[in-house]
Design a binder for this molecule. Structure first.
Ligand code: BG6
Length: 258
């Protein structure tokens, strides 16, 4: 249990009143945002090309630097699918979770993308950011409590294959959020629930996020501090959407502390 008397948030570059850390997973702890991004591109490009040909329209590919960052990153699978399709003026039926990957529906396209994520992870494995492992170890040693709050339905699997489970006291992933009826990011609900499960108010918790939707969630939930993690050169956008501080590696918070 983190005890306000003995916890040392300053050891990990956090304000004195912060006693819990709420980490996003993909892009913050593991280099899986890039895996998701390339799976999204492969799936959407195939769909958009086929659709353009069928309707006699121009094919405009999915762009990771703009479309992924703006419409998909950090959101639940179906929310990201719908959000990007809407940006292209495309409306598809929702379908259901068991839609086949061939079904032209929000769930069908999402399932197609999920198959690609699994193929890529099986082939390439999962890379863990070493600066993040150092930070998790230091946060634990400083007596802070730790939750992972991720929109991904693959969170448990990623934590298991990387051996990171040992740092995580509670996990709010897509399945947990849906079961509890929580709105996904950019709503703050999943982070609020993460703090609550650890026994803290949002103001006593730090949010660590690499996605625009995630820093927006941290900002609107009035968390103790929102740390933006810039892996792709979008630090200015993270700051603009609610990050109080932006780093390119979590270990910087330890190495650069005052
Ligand atoms: O498709 P999944 O594994 O449920 O993940 C949903 C989303 O989870 C988020 O954590 C990622 O930032 C997104 O890129 C991803 O699309």
């Amino acid at each position: 249990m983190s005890d306000p008397q003995t916890a040392r948030p300053r050891d990990v570059g956090l304000p004195e009143h912060v006693l819990a850390c709420l980490f996003d997973l993909d892009g913050v702890i593991t280099d899986t945002a890039s895996v998701h991004a390339s799976a999204w591109k492969e799936m959407f490009d195939a769909y958009l090309a086929e659709r353009a040909e069928r309707l006699g329209e121009q094919f405009v590919p999915f762009d990771i630097a703009t479309d992924y960052v703006k419409y998909v990153d950090g959101k639940r699978r179906q929310d990201g699918t719908r959000s990007f399709l809407t940006s292209r003026g495309i409306t598809l039926p929702e379908g259901t979770a068991d839609d086949s990957a061939q079904t032209e529906s929000v769930n069908g396209l999402g399932n197609r993308k999920n198959n690609l994520v699994h193929e890529k992870i099986e082939k390439e494995g999962v890379t863990v950011y070493q600066g993040s492992v150092r930070y998790l170890e230091a946060a634990q040693a400083a007596g802070l409590r730790i939750a992972v709050v991720s929109s991904s339905a693959n969170t448990a699997e990623i934590l298991r294959v990387t051996g990171l489970e040992k740092f995580v006291e509670t996990r709010i992933d897509a399945q947990a959020a849906i079961a509890a009826g929580l709105h996904g990011k950019p709503a703050p609900d999943t982070f609020v629930e993460g703090a609550r499960r650890l026994g803290f108010e949002p103001a006593q918790a730090a949010v660590f996020e690499d996605a625009i939707a995630g820093v927006e969630a941290g900002h609107s939930g009035a968390f103790g501090i929102v740390v933006g993690v810039d892996r792709v050169g979008h630090g200015a956008a993270l700051a603009q959407h609610g990050a109080d501080v932006v780093v390119t590696d979590l270990a910087q918070l330890i190495d650069n502390r005052a």
